[in-house]
Design a protein around this ligand. Structure first.
Ligand code: FAD
Length: 549
């Protein structure tokens, strides 16, 4: 184990070596044989060695003193891990081949393209790393493409600005690495195959999302691509790839926890860097993206405005992670259920848009395990186990956002209490405008509308009250999802669907004492909140009123 001082000395030395190696380009390799010009499939299925956690990630509390040093620390971690992805024992289990064809056309002028969708970042992105690995192996160009649709479900300008802010940074970072970035305006099923044909692309790598619409996009693109162009998918969002963690819908955190935690030794590794790409003409003939035109093309709700507290993109995400690690992590275990305490990471918007990788967050938090063991462990439980459980639910349950997706016991108990009187029974408008008789609920809703976020503990209370106050459980779920997705910066995420389904439909939970409306679904009330935290302080902060029933 390094001491703090020697840690910096050592990582600096290794970093310098790596930088020299990087400047020299990818390492010389044996002349290309038929075998080495490998196809995505054989690559994906080869029996590689386990990717081991880099030695540096075992170092205890790192020695950075400010944000700039934190960024340098991240770069050093990558460079110390490997010079580039070619020199790294990539876990092929992260990849699956979706096309029939697995042969990359070696003479393709356009080389390999990474179709970025869920994971809007350059570094710490296994999908881009895999695309670069493939391009290196075949000595082909590499590019990144994002397809921007003018309207996406009920996403608002709040969400679009955050997402596109992150993509603007992706464009700059790609340019610095000689990797062309293209923003294609329109649905992927139309734009991507056109791009592939016009640029003579040899292979497409995409990232993975478990939700209905992005899965449909991938399926449609797969059908529309020329038969000769392979399409491979990399799970760049989960630490343990979804298809490796479990092959079925899990009942609860307790049934998936060990399946995930037992594989962390294998998958919770450091990342190598995405490096300057040496093949092709780089960005010479690529225009900068016209972001004004991109914004002008949007047809989304413009009423729900941007938020000020969250700066989009990789750097903004790193800043959030840095502040969490250095200031709030120590309180995470004890204070995470207290909405008046500043103890949570606040990382979910960046995680949702893929501006930062959950794996990076877990690696950095783990470095503090020596000082704050309980908090570091609790964070990893949330950011890895609970988050990946949500992906598992949405992937294996096609009804992830409807009561049809509930367990039999939960559906039956809600159905048995369908006719119970709701008093009061609120309309969507009353809920949206924070006009209930409950000042705590109204304050939480005001926070959601103004800031695009709500504390994790209050989210549960908030959704359960919607069940209590709406005519049917179906409507309650619909309203909760609608409000969450419309206002929350991290909305339209598997975590959101599962959060609403947990609160209203007992997903991943168990049966409790039976009561009106809720049946056996867990109940929460105002008095319980009072016992947990200073409700008055929270209400004062957001100004929720008591409105007459
Ligand atoms: C009704 C309801 C709606 C929700 N909607 C969303 C949503 O739209 N988007 C979203 O990302 N999360 C949602 N959650 C889950 C959770 O509340 C948020 O992830 C958390 O509040 C985000 O804040 P944070 O980043 O500070 O979390 P932290 O407590 O700092 O946790 C770190 C990360 O762990 C993950 N995480 C934490 N709690 C959970 C959980 N219960 N389930 C799954 N993953 C978790 C998140 O990725 C989070 O960013 C919802 C929960 C409920 C009950």
């Amino acid at each position: 184990m390094f001491t703090k001082a020697s840690y910096w000395r050592e990582s600096f030395k290794i970093a310098m070596k790596r930088t020299k190696a990087q400047k020299a380009g990818p390492s010389k390799k044996a002349p290309k044989s038929e075998e080495s010009r490998s196809k995505p499939k054989s690559d994906a299925e080869s029996n590689d060695e386990e990717a081991s956690t880099s030695k540096t990630s075992l170092v205890s509390k790192p020695d950075y003193q400010n944000f700039e040093q934190f960024l340098t620390h991240l770069e050093h971690q990558r460079i110390c891990t490997a010079a580039n992805i070619q020199e790294f024992p990539f876990k092929k289990k992260r990849v699956r081949v979706l096309s029939k064809s697995d042969d990359v056309k070696e003479s393709s002028l356009g080389g390999v393209v990474y179709w970025m969708s869920r994971d809007g970042r350059v570094q710490d992105n296994w999908a881009l790393l895999f695309a670069q690995r493939l391009a290196f192996k075949l000595e082909l160009p590499l590019s990144v493409v994002f397809c921007l649709v003018p309207k996406f479900l009920n996403a608002t300008i709040r969400h679009y600005k955050f997402m596109m802010g992150g993509l603007q940074e992706v464009e700059q970072q790609c340019r610095a690495l000689d990797i062309p970035f293209h923003l294609l305006m329109g649905p992927a099923v139309e734009k991507l195959p056109e791009f592939v044909k016009s640029k003579d692309i040899g292979a497409v790598v995409c990232d993975f999302a478990p939700l209905r619409l992005p899965r449909q996009w991938v399926e449609d693109v797969g059908k529309a691509l020329p038969k000769s162009v392979p399409l491979v998918q990399v799970d760049a969002h989960n630490v343990v790839p979804l298809w490796v963690a479990s092959d079925k819908q899990e009942y609860a955190a307790r049934t998936i926890r060990n399946k995930i935690n037992s594989k962390l030794g294998e998958f919770l590794s450091e990342f190598p860097p995405v490096v300057r790409h040496p093949y092709g003409t780089g960005c010479k003939n690529v225009n900068v993206v016209d972001w004004s035109a991109a914004y002008a093309s949007l047809q989304c709700d413009m009423e729900v405005g941007e938020v000020q507290w969250a700066t989009p993109g990789y750097k903004g995400a790193c800043q959030q992670l840095y502040e969490f690690c250095s200031r709030r992590l120590r309180h995470f275990n004890d204070k995470r259920n207290d909405p008046t305490a500043d103890a949570l990471s606040g990382l979910s918007p960046w995680l949702h848009f893929g501006h930062i990788s959950a794996q990076r967050c877990a690696l950095e938090v783990q470095r503090f395990r020596g000082q704050h063991k309980a908090s570091a462990d609790a964070f990893c439980e949330e950011a890895i186990v609970r988050r990946e459980l949500a992906d598992n639910f949405c992937f294996y349950n096609e009804h992830y956002d409807s009561l049809k997706g509930l367990s039999t016991w939960a559906y039956q108990t809600l159905d048995a209490h369908r006719k119970d009187k709701r008093d009061p029974c609120y309309s969507l408008e009353e809920l949206e405008k924070s006009l209930t008789y409950d000042d705590l609920w109204n304050s939480a809703q005001l926070q959601l509308v103004r800031e695009g976020k709500m504390h994790g503990f209050l989210r549960m209370y908030w959704a359960k009250k919607i069940l209590e106050w709406t005519a049917t459980p179906e409507r309650a779920l619909e309203y909760a999802i609608l409000l969450n997705d419309k206002y929350s910066l991290d909305g339209r995420d598997p975590n959101g669907y599962v959060g609403c389904m947990w609160s209203i439909g007992g997903v991943h939970d168990m049966g409790w004492k039976e009561r009106a409306i809720f049946g056996k679904v867990r109940y929460m009330n105002y008095q319980g909140c009072r016992r947990k935290f200073d409700v008055n302080a929270f209400v004062m902060r957001y100004g929720g009123k008591v409105h007459k029933k």
